[in-house]
Design a protein around this ligand. Structure first.
Ligand code: MAN
Ligand code: CA
Length: 156
């Protein structure tokens, strides 16, 4: 019985999360020149900056570098990524073998290119373009790259 109740709670939670996603998609508006994908707003930069400057540029726009939480989110972004871009993931300064997103969370979903990450001195993560399946590479943070910012939309 307890098992059945847990199962129902799970079904219910899944249902409400899906409903929430639908509502976010319908009622979130993004600022001009931002793209609305599944309830989040993304800006694809047209200038290349090092990782820290890219993060600051996103901050100045009231956002942060993109945090990619799922394969669904990655797939939504894919068609827009025509060059390598910085994403909001970097090595943990306290333990270089671990990674952190700019929102402080630990990656659960990752999408590394085969053989990556391969450099302890490559402390920032970039995402290759769609022709390389938008797979990720660790790269020195000083490299100049286009970047993607993400912010939650403003309620309509
Ligand atoms: C370059 C850098 C590395 C990457 C390799 C892959 O050396 O971009 O980060 O791992 O290419 O060949
Ligand atoms: Ca690398």
């Amino acid at each position: 019985m307890d098992k059945e109740r847990k199962r129902l709670a799970f079904v219910e939670e899944t249902f409400f999360l899906q409903l929430l996603t639908v509502f976010q998609h319908l009622f979130i508006v993004c600022p001009n020149s931002w793209v609305n994908l599944q309830g989040s707003c993304y800006k694809f930069s047209s200038n290349a900056l090092n990782w820290n400057a890219a993060k600051s540029a996103c901050k100045a726009l009231g956002s942060d570098l993109v945090v990619i939480n799922s394969q669904t989110e990655l797939q939504a972004l894919t068609s827009k990524v025509s060059q390598t871009v910085w994403i909001g993931m970097h090595r943990d300064r306290k333990d270089k073998s671990r990674w952190l997103w700019v929102d402080g969370s630990r990656p659960t979903y990752t999408h590394w290119y085969p053989g990556e990450p391969n450099g302890l001195h490559e402390e920032c993560a970039e995402m290759y373009s769609k022709v390389h399946g938008c797979q990720w590479n660790d790269q020195p943070c000083s490299s100049a790259r286009l970047y993607v910012c993400e912010t939650r939309g403003i309620p309509n």
